[in-house]
Design a protein around this ligand. Structure first.
Ligand code: NOJ
Length: 554
């Protein structure tokens, strides 16, 4: 029944045991996690108050999306000052308190670094505008002359041209919103500035960084026109390096410098790349031993609910990461993509991370069932895994937000054709009966919460057998106890529509078998195998379609 392994397992346990190799890291999107006041926007004191919840969930670390001073044109990914906290979210003292309290609870903390672009309200950009063409201040960005429209045909990821003209006639590059001018990383001042940013936060005790659009910092020499299809790149169908603004080889030198800096600090600091590059071999270049520690496996996130496709992704991910000695880093959701409980509920493969206007409503029952099975797969796989806030509650994407409530710039810049990412950013429900479901001290929330959040609130799911929250808690407990992420792993041949893993660890007793059933019919659990946990408590003798089990086979 098993793929016989005369040459050793598909994946062998890592040789070293640094924490980040197997860590489960929880993404906090600050404006939507918890608020410590009445303004309806989440903040650092709100996060700190809820940290015990995360300790009890069983994660190892948190990554906090940007909380720096920002005009919030892209929800904080437009940074006006890398060395402070936006009053919207609190103060530097609040940040220090958060790190101290997290450490006291045994949680590590990553903060977000946004090095591709600043806000147009950053002092550097303001100085560049004032200094004028040809100045050293403009040389920190991409300011170009062009008499005949934009300097090249590059599209902004948020729609329209990637170039905006300033009153003196020059154009500046922005791969995202016009309020997010791209920095010129061939300028040594830019490199030096970011090393200072990293030092600032490392000195304050953070354990590492999530690095925004890590693949985009270096642009091809001469900024040549782009003749490809951006959407094919986003959907993983065309290698990212075919665009002159992604995955250029020069980016790696930047991260080698950063790695040296992190390594000069005590305490196993680490960094994870947000790099939407493909194929997986290109992604593995970011996690060579002298670069990043981890890189999000977005190809896994974008794999449809199809056993063959998932198995292929698992094999390729493990092989490409093993080749460079790095852990695979699994991810099912983030603040940028449709929530899994909805994504897996579409009648078609929803590999695009964004929702277009006019798409039908997904089947949430099916989506939730599959999302729970997918979590069981992800949390059993060797390596590290990320959980995006609310994923552990099984929150669906909120697709019916009113247009005037939507704040994601992709909505407006696409003329409403792309609904954007607000639907996965709706403030979390903590307590069913409290105003704003306990999000803050009032019933105000920066995006409206749907009625369906009531039953999904943390207090409704806590202690509730069969709830998604209790499923995640139990999975994290078993994952830790059986050291699943640090074991040898083989794929089992159980049939085309099933995914079977066998995980063996030398340090714990017992071999674990994981079965995810994507077939229409049940999969009978062989005699002698004990169910450790199932994606639904009712699963005992056989595993129904779209369900998963972890079995003790020792
Ligand atoms: C990736 C971030 O995750 C996303 O939210 C942001 O809009 C872009 N990078 C631009 O910073």
């Amino acid at each position: 029944m098993s793929a016989s392994q005369t040459r050793g397992p598909l994946h062998s346990a890592p040789l070293t045991q640094e924490w980040w190799r197997t860590a489960v890291i929880y993404q906090i999107y600050p404006r939507s996690f918890a608020s410590g006041n009445r303004d309806g926007i989440g903040d650092l004191p709100g996060i700190t108050r809820r940290l015990p919840y995360l300790r009890d969930l069983g994660v190892d670390a948190v990554w906090i999306s940007p909380f720096y001073p920002s005009p919030q044109a892209d929800a904080g990914y437009d940074v006006a000052d890398y060395l402070d906290v936006d009053p919207l979210f609190g103060s530097l003292t609040d940040a220090d308190d958060l790190v101290t309290i997290a450490h006291g609870l045994g949680l590590r903390v990553f903060v977000d670094v946004v090095p591709n672009h600043t806000s147009d309200e950053h002092a550097w950009f303001q100085q560049a505008l004032a200094a004028g063409p040809g100045s050293p201040e403009r040389a920190r960005y991409w300011f170009l002359d062009s008499d005949d429209g934009p300097p090249n045909n590059w599209p902004s990821e948020f729609g329209g041209s990637a170039w905006t003209q300033v009153p003196d006639g020059q154009w500046y590059l922005h791969m995202f919103d016009r309020k997010q001018p791209d920095l010129n990383w061939s300028n040594p001042e830019v490199r030096a500035m970011f090393l200072d940013v990293l030092r600032f936060w490392l000195d304050r005790g953070v354990d590492g960084f999530r690095v925004d659009v890590a693949q985009a910092l270096v642009k091809a020499h001469g900024l040549p026109d782009f003749h490809g299809d951006l959407h094919a790149i986003f959907d993983g169908k065309v290698p990212a390096y075919t665009a002159p603004f992604y995955d250029q080889d020069g980016v790696h030198d930047i991260y080698r410098d950063w790695r040296q800096l992190l390594d000069s600090y005590p305490g196993d600091r680490a960094m994870v790349a947000e790099a939407w590059v493909n194929p997986l071999e290109r992604l593995s270049r970011y996690v060579r031993p002298d670069e990043f520690h981890q890189a999000f496996n977005f190809a896994f996130l974008q794999t449809p609910w199809n056993a063959t496709a998932l198995r292929t992704n698992i094999v390729e991910s493990l092989q490409t990461n093993d080749a460079v000695g790095a852990p695979a880093t699994w991810v099912l959701s983030s603040h940028d993509v449709i929530r899994p409980a909805s994504r897996f509920g579409y009648a078609y493969d929803h590999i695009s991370p964004w929702l277009a206007a006019g798409e039908p409503a997904p089947d949430i029952t099916t989506g939730t069932r599959r999302a729970r099975a997918a979590a069981m797969l992800m949390l059993a796989l060797p390596g590290s895994a990320y959980i995006y806030q609310g994923e552990e509650l099984g929150l669906p994407e909120v697709i019916d937000l009113p247009a005037d409530a939507r704040q994601d710039p992709t909505f407006t810049s696409s003329g409403g054709e792309i609904l954007g990412r607000d639907g996965c950013r709706v403030p979390l429900p903590w307590e069913r009966e409290a105003p704003g479901y306990g999000f803050g001290a009032s019933n105000t929330t920066w995006l409206p919460q749907p009625d369906t959040f009531a039953d999904l609130a943390v207090d409704q799911q806590t202690g509730q057998s069969g709830s998604t929250l209790e499923l995640y808690r139990a999975l994290l407990t078993i994952r830790r106890a059986r050291q699943l992420a640090a074991g040898d792993m083989d794929l089992l041949d159980l049939g085309v529509e099933l995914i079977g893993l066998r995980i063996t660890t030398t340090t714990t007793t017992g071999t674990t078998q994981v079965v995810v059933n994507l077939a229409d019919n049940d999969w009978p659990i062989p005699a002698g195998m004990k169910v450790l946990i199932a994606s639904h408590p009712g699963v005992t003798g056989s595993v129904p379609s779209d369900h998963a089990v972890w079995l003790d086979v020792s």
